[in-house]
Design a protein around this ligand. Structure first.
Ligand SMILES: [Zn+2]
Length: 143
């Protein structure tokens, strides 16, 4: 093996090592939500894995339900027993996914450091997204 090739191999090895040493943060862009399992019956849309999605969002299902109802301008009800959310509107899986991703972006992910280790605090009429990782506080739009 030539000396050049040896060096190249070393370089690759170093790069690999570097990547292994820097694991992606939990709040990085790769954080994904479960695909919504959607059932449409008549004029209703049921999200069957709503509890699981809310857990992944680290928020109370009732809060996430309220958000979707507001965005879709539709009534709905969350059933804690089954973990399902029933919405009184016809809506596609794609649209639901989009809103859930927006929720993640606006009400879960810290805009300062990207962490999802955050909580929502209500202070009077204001809602503040508080980051447990970096301590940043960000006012968010109440709903
Ligand atoms: Zn942060």
């Amino acid at each position: 093996m030539s000396e050049e090739l040896e060096k190249l191999k070393d370089y690759e090895w170093l790069l690999n090592r570097l990547y292994q040493k820097v694991p992606p943060k939990s709040g990085s862009a790769e954080y994904t939500l479960p695909e919504p399992q959607v059932l449409r019956i008549g004029s209703q849309t049921i999200i069957q894995n709503f509890r699981e999605i809310s857990q992944r969002l680290k928020r109370d299902p009732q809060l996430v339900a309220r958000y979707l109802q507001k965005e879709l301008a539709a009534a709905g009800s969350y059933d804690p027993g089954s973990g399902q959310l029933v919405l009184n509107v016809k809506v596609s899986r794609k649209v639901l996914k989009r809103f859930l991703e927006l929720f993640l972006k606006n009400y879960v992910r810290c805009p300062t450091c990207g962490s999802i280790d955050t909580r929502l605090e209500r202070r009077g009429k204001a809602w503040i997204l508080v980051c447990e990782a970096c301590g940043a506080e960000q006012p968010v739009k109440p709903f």
